[in-house]
Ligand binder design. Sequence first.
Ligand code: AMP
Length: 476
Amino acid sequence: MHPGQAHAIHGNGEQDRRFGCECGIVAIHGHPRAAELSYYGLFALQHRGQESAGVATANGASLSVRRGMGLVADALKPSDLAALPGEDAVGHTRYSTTGSSTLANAQPLYARLRQGEVAIAHNGNLVNAAELRARCEAAGSIFQGETDTEVIPHLMARAETDDLTEAFFRALSQVHGAFALALLAPDRILLARDPNGIRPLSLGQAGDALLAASETCALDAMGGRFLRDVAPGEVVELRGGRVETVASLPAGRPALCLFEYIYLARPDSDLHGRNVHLARKAMGRRLWQEAPVAADVVVGVPDSGISAAVGFAEESGIPYEMGLVKNRYVARTFIQPAQALREAGVSVKLNAVGRVLSGRRVVLVDDSIVRGTTSRRLVTLLREAGATAVHLRISAPPFKHPCYYGIDIPTAGELLAARRTVAEMAAEVGADSLAFLSEAGARSAAADAAAADGFCTACFTGQYPVAPQPAERALR
Ligand code: AMP
C-alpha cells in the first residue's frame, strides 16, 4: 500500500498508521508437519502484518500454496493446512507498503519459472522496483499484482541460467533496498538478506528441522532454538538437512532498522543478539538521563511504550504504574465510533486508571509521535482522569523523514515532527513538557558501542543507506 492511501482504522478511530511492511516471514526445512509449524511461526509474527497471510509447502516434487486475507487465524484454516503436504515450507504475514491489500498481492508469491516452481516471501521494500518492473514489462513480462516483490521472479525468469540458486543470486544483484527473503523450491529453500541487513532474519533449529524467521520469537513459537542471524548480503541454502552459505552480495554499510527495536519487533525477540525489551528499557533509562522531570508516577503507553517506561521508572526512582489499559480485542473488523461519538468521549482502545492518576504528576512514555493524534488523545485522557501534570517522554528521536525500506511512515508532510519544533509539538498535544530521546541515545541503547553505528536511522536523520529512486521518492 502506498502511504497516503486509506489504511484500516486504529482502535480509536483514526487511520491506523501501522507503517507497512512490517511483514513477517518464516521458513521450515525438513519437518514432517511443516505447514502446521509455519502457522505457529506466522502467528508469533502477527504484529508484523495483519492484512493477509499465506503458506507454501514443498514435498520434494511440487509446491502447494494457500493464502488468505486477514489475520493468520482467519486466512489459514485447518483445511488449508491439511492441503499443504511436504516437509519444507515458507510463510508470510503481510502489511503492505507497496501494492494494495488484495489477495493478488498476498504472499508467498507463486511462479513457474524456467528454473522450476518457486514460492517467495518478502519482508522489506525494494527502492528500484518501479524501474525494474518497467524494464521487464518493456521486454514482455506480464505482472500479476502490484507488489515490489514480483520483480524478483521476473528477473529470475530472465536470468540466462537454468540453475535456480544462480538465478536467485542474479536477480538479487539487481534489486536495491530492504529485503529479507525466503524462496521455496521443490528441493530447497533459499534465504537472503539485503547487503545492509535492513530487515532482520534469523536461523534456528528444531530437532532435525531447520528454521528461519523474521524474529526469534517465531523460532521459539515453532519449538526451535536460535542458531544465528543470516548475515547482511548472505544467501543461504537449506537443502538435504544442511545450512550452507551459497553466495554473498557485495557488502554494504550495516544498517539494521533501529525502528525494529523502538516499535516494530516483539519484546521477546532478540535482534542481532540484543533483546528488544532490554533495548527498550535502556532507551527509557537514557531518556530519563537526557530529559529528567519531577513527577509522581511513570505510565507507559501499551504495548510498545511499556518497556521504555519501566526503564525510565527504574532509572529515575519514580514508581511505575499501570495508568492506561488497552482493550486487546480491538481488531480491524471492529466497528469504529464515528467522529461525533469520539468527540463525545467514546473511546474504545485505551482507558485510564483514574485511581492511580488522580492528583498525580504523570510522566507518559511512548515510543513515537507520528501525526500526534495518539499523544493528544492520551494527554487529554490522563488529565480527565485527574492527572495534575502530563510530561510526555518519547523513547525515540522525532520522525522527520519517510521510510523507503518497508516501514509505512506517512509522507513527510503528515509527520508532525517534520513541520513543528518540539515546543510546538508539546503545545499541539497539550503536554506540560515534551522530550525525545537523542539519536545517539537510541543507538547506544540498542547496541554496545562497537555496533552502535550499524543501524538505519534514516527516518530520524534523512541519511538513507540505499538511495531511493525518483519513482519511490515521488510517492512519499
Ligand atoms: P500518532 O498518533 O500518529 O502520533 O502515532 C503515534 C502512535 O503510533 C504511538 O502510540 C506509537 O506507538 C504508534 N506507532 C508508532 N509506529 C507505529 C507503526 N509503525 N504502526 C502503528 N502504530 C505505530
